[in-house]
Design a protein around this ligand. Structure first.
Ligand SMILES: [Zn+2]
Ligand SMILES: [Zn+2]
Length: 278
């Protein structure tokens, strides 16, 4: 086995996931994992997402009595700063209308470090999920260069933000753009991102999604594992995330098939160092 801990798992406290914490913990024990990190979604700074995260924090605190190998993290996603400001003012996403100028919108994350540590959150997965550069961008027909550019912009933001511990699933959501051939993303962008991660002492995630989704080709999977290996060789620590939402199966055999083909060996995929946890 190359993977011994899983730092990206969603519980029933995420709006899009179902797993009770006990199910995750019992399965993790059976799989021989040393640590599991619960990282429920905090997408927006509104009441609903904060209630979810508070419930997640309370649930993990309770579960840790029985399962001391469980850690509390959170998954944050870039959102548009004008929307963040609107929610901060009104407490809700309802009634928000995106500005008609000022593109690309500045980026925000839903919570400050102080707000997160107050809940006992010990690390952050920062991960891009959709475009936030202009109104309705995510629902526009796919424009390859605009999507690549926006992913690059968001991920550079995350790699340079002090709240982020791990860059989650880099270059996610590439169906029809880069999930066929990863070479369409300019090498310069990959290099810039790796340099920022290295410079800022971030971790990068090996996310099971890329090796399982039918949306990604075999070619892409091998390219992607090599991409992770390149960052590893630069000295950027690589963590594993199953990103499980429903059920907690052991996805490691399929992921490790690609990792070992790219040169990863036991000991190369690490956990978060104690000094990097809040
Ligand atoms: Zn995610
Ligand atoms: Zn996730």
């Amino acid at each position: 086995m190359i993977i011994h801990s899983d730092w990206h798992i969603h519980s029933e406290y995420s709006y899009d996931a179902l797993n009770p914490l006990s199910l995750i913990a019992e399965n993790a024990k059976e799989q021989g994992l040393r640590f599991v990190g619960i990282t429920d979604h905090l997408n927006y700074n509104d009441g609903k997402f904060w209630r979810d995260l508070r419930a997640s924090a309370e649930g993990v605190r309770e579960a840790q009595k029985k399962y001391p190998f469980m850690m509390l993290g959170v998954e944050l996603t870039p959102i548009a700063k004008p929307q963040f400001d609107y929610i901060k003012r009104t407490g809700t996403r309802l009634g928000y209308e995106a500005p008609t100028e000022g593109f690309p919108f500045a980026i925000a994350l839903a919570a400050s470090k102080e707000e997160l540590t107050a809940l006992g959150v010990r690390y952050v997965i920062g991960a891009s999920h959709w475009r936030v550069d202009c109104p309705g961008a995510s629902s526009l027909p796919v424009d390859r260069d605009a999507c690549i550019g926006e992913w690059y912009r968001q991920q550079m933001y995350l790699a340079n933000d002090e709240r982020v511990t791990i860059l989650g699933h880099p270059w996610y959501h590439g169906k029809g753009i880069w999930y066929e051939n990863f070479d369409v993303i300019p090498q310069g962008m990959k290099d810039d991102l790796a340099a920022a991660l290295k410079e800022n002492g971030k971790y990068v995630e090996c996310n099971a999604h890329f090796f399982q989704t039918a949306k990604a080709t075999e070619t892409f999977r091998h390219q992607y594992a090599k991409y992770l290996r390149g960052m590893f060789e630069m000295g950027i620590p690589v963590t594993y995330g199953s990103d499980a939402h429903n059920g907690y199966a052991d996805d490691r055999p399929i992921v490790e098939k690609y990792l070992s083909a790219a040169g990863f060996r036991d000991g190369d995929i690490v956990g978060i160092d104690e000094k990097d946890l809040w």
